[in-house]
Design a protein around this ligand. Structure first.
Ligand SMILES: [Zn+2]
Ligand SMILES: [Zn+2]
Length: 289
């Protein structure tokens, strides 16, 4: 019994009555695997696949069944199932060939930087404020590296693949060159690790929740749908699909991932409002001359 996962789970419960179920499941996984690199690697890979395809699935249904056609941003460009399947195959291939070996490096790197895998878990407040910081850090990294990827030679060599879909859909979020996955992925994986190296305080569970939220953000930003209940109507600085869809349609502007502020401050916003503002400013300048 002790050799099975549930045996471990019971054993841990006997001596650690203060732990909750999630903490016991977690500790039993590491105890049962007896190999932390493998335990973290498998958990990370499975989590990424489940969240990526799980979150894309509702968007595939919505496209195929035409449920929300009136909210589709580029209404005449609904991706066919065939197109989505081709995209999914490419993404899967890159997950298994390029990402899987990198995931194996994650645990040693995380341990080196002091990421905790132990129990009890951090408090909700600790997780929340750290995740908020990661959102801001990642968005900044994303803005500047994505903007650099639009520089001619880099665009041709790397970023063009991601722009194959001028009307994006959920699954297209990670449709990109492996080099781009590494550059932009650094924002998602590297920011928390840099934070941990600096403060010495980060639990890998916080990192997982952050990655799940970041995947939701990326997939939803590529969904191609703008709803009256989309998040940016409530949080005006949130970017969302209407921001990134225009980036795919026009290939210019709207470079950041989660927030609108960098594009606003550096005048790379590409929205009807921003275009109007730019036109008015130009008119003002020419009048003054
Ligand atoms: Zn781009
Ligand atoms: Zn994109």
């Amino acid at each position: 019994m002790y050799g099975t996962y549930w045996g471990q789970f019971e054993e841990i419960g006997k001596y650690n009555a203060e732990l909750n179920v999630a903490e016991r499941l977690w500790a039993a996984w590491y105890a049962w695997m007896q190999n932390d690199v493998l335990a973290t690697g498998i958990m990370s890979f499975v989590m990424h696949e489940l969240v990526y395809f799980g979150r894309s699935l509702p968007w595939i249904f919505i496209d195929t069944l035409g449920m929300f056609n009136r909210y589709k941003i580029q209404g005449n460009k609904i991706p066919s199932l065939r197109e989505q399947w081709d995209c999914a195959k490419f993404v899967l291939l890159s997950h298994f060939t390029v990402e899987l070996p990198q995931i194996w490096l994650f645990h040693p790197l995380a341990q080196f930087c002091g990421l905790s895998t132990s129990i009890p878990f951090p408090t909700l407040w600790t997780m929340a404020y750290q995740i908020a910081i990661f959102f801001v850090m990642e968005d900044t990294w994303h803005y500047f590296s994505h903007r650099a990827l639009h520089w001619g030679p880099l665009y041709k060599a790397i970023h063009k693949i991601h722009h194959q879909y001028s009307a994006p859909f959920g699954l297209a979020a990670e449709y990109a060159s492996p080099i781009e996955v590494m550059i932009l992925g650094f924002g998602t994986i590297g920011c928390p690790i840099v934070w941990c190296a600096m403060t010495g305080e980060l639990h890998i569970l916080t990192m997982y929740i952050w990655i799940v939220l970041r995947l939701f953000q990326a997939i939803d930003a590529h969904s191609g749908y703008e709803f009256p209940w989309s998040l940016h109507h409530f949080l005006p600085f949130w970017a969302g699909a209407d921001h990134h869809d225009l980036h795919h349609e026009k290939f210019i502007g709207n470079y950041s991932s989660s927030f609108r502020w960098w594009d606003y401050v550096l005048d790379t916003e590409y929205t009807p409002d921003a275009l109007k503002r730019r036109r008015e400013n130009k008119a003002k300048v020419s009048k003054a001359q």
